[in-house]
Design a protein around this ligand. Structure first.
Ligand code: DP6
Length: 361
């Protein structure tokens, strides 16, 4: 039976018992930034990210049989508690993908999620949350229909579904580095799905990301609102061109193991993202004074010590410090002695290159 055959039929006749599936899916850090979207969650430029290892969402999705009415019925739990605001976003998402998963209007769903990273750390959780949910949906889909997708078809379908929840989530379904958005340098790349970066020099598999928490508060301009502000942005055309070139150059650096080019592109992307925010029609700034102090110090320390360290920023004030395994001891010392010095909250999250989502059940 195919999905379209199924659209008009009754799942309840096939599903007599609740079915439970579960995935752990990580967050990712963008190195070339997705900033600006169009249509149904299509990016205006290609982006390239590294999937993390320790910061992940675990989701358990259970489908119960019920009479079909075409509407999504979701009971949402976040870290053991019902969460109306997040549940609402998840319900809206599920309703919006009933064209892909028509059975969503024919079951009752219970979604239980938890994050390994603190909720209040100012870390965006939408990439891990939506990728975990999309993977659960694709697993349920396969179980209901007995569809035997091969591993890569399964991941592409999950990436497609995750994108519709949150753009950056489509990159989290793959291990290591992935690209979302059409890039002339990567055959098979697409605006609809992310694809894994095929050629990665071993040194880039030893990349670490320590997130230095400058402020835990939720940011006052959401990513979605930030994307909106790229519409009609005076630098939009130049930015789209630059992101294309940076994707090409970063792919080359990752392939050849060129750390110096990697550092230059990654920092330029972080500055560009925040410059685009500041120069949008209704400009805004998400960096804090402490963000500026730390990134300035990282650049100075790189010069003074010769260590291969660099930073990137998300749409927020916290700093992702990137470095390689072989310099971990020296960098950890600098973090304590130099970088977290005036950081009142004195909080960090250690993460690294990850191997992608894991199916739990
Ligand atoms: C700055 O993926 O959170 O982190 O698609 O509206 O959910 P929506 O936005 P989101 O935007 C991420 C923006 C970014 C850059 C990136 O991850 O590429």
């Amino acid at each position: 039976m195919t999905n379209s055959d199924f659209a008009g039929s009754k799942l309840t006749s096939l599903l007599s018992e609740p079915v439970k599936v579960s995935w752990q899916s990580p967050s990712n850090i963008a190195l070339v930034k997705y900033w600006g979207k169009t249509g149904r969650q299509m990016p205006v430029n290609p982006s390239l990210s590294m999937t993390l290892s320790k910061a992940y969402t675990e989701s358990i999705l259970t489908a119960f049989p019920r009479a079909a009415d075409g509407l999504v019925d979701l009971d949402f739990w976040f870290e053991g508690q019902q969460n109306a605001a997040f549940g609402e976003r998840m319900s809206k998402y599920l309703q919006s993908v009933t064209d892909i998963f028509p059975w969503l209007g024919q079951v009752s769903l219970k979604l239980e999620t938890r994050n390994t990273f603190p909720h209040s750390a100012g870390i965006a959780s939408s990439a891990s949350a939506f990728s975990a949910l999309a993977l659960c949906l694709c697993t349920l889909d396969a179980e209901f229909f007995g569809i035997l997708l091969d591993e890569s078809e399964f991941r592409f379908k999950a990436s497609y579904a995750a994108r519709l929840g949150s753009g950056s989530a489509c990159r989290s379904v793959f291990p290591g580095f992935s690209v979302w958005g059409l890039s002339k340098s990567l055959p098979g790349s697409s605006d609809f799905i992310a694809v894994p970066v095929p050629d990665v020099h071993p040194v880039f598999k030893t990349l670490h990301d320590t997130i230095l928490i400058v402020n835990k508060k939720e940011k006052f301009v959401s990513s979605s609102e930030g994307h909106n502000r790229m519409i009609g942005h005076p630098f939009a055309d130049a930015r789209i061109k630059q992101a294309g070139k940076n994707t090409t150059d970063l792919l080359e650096a990752i392939k050849s193991g060129n750390k110096q080019n990697f550092i230059q592109i990654v920092e330029s992307e972080a500055f560009t993202l925040h410059a685009l925010m500041m120069t949008s029609e209704e400009g805004f700034m998400l960096m804090h004074p402490e963000t500026v102090r730390i990134i300035t110090r990282i650049q100075q320390l790189r010069k003074e010590t010769g260590l291969q360290i660099c930073f990137t920023l998300d749409a927020g004030p916290n700093i992702h410090l990137l470095y390689f395994e072989d310099q971990i001891e020296q960098v950890k010392k600098l973090i304590v002695e130099e970088l977290l010095k005036n950081n009142e909250q004195n909080m960090l999250i250690d993460d690294l290159y990850g191997n992608g989502p894991v199916k739990v059940a």
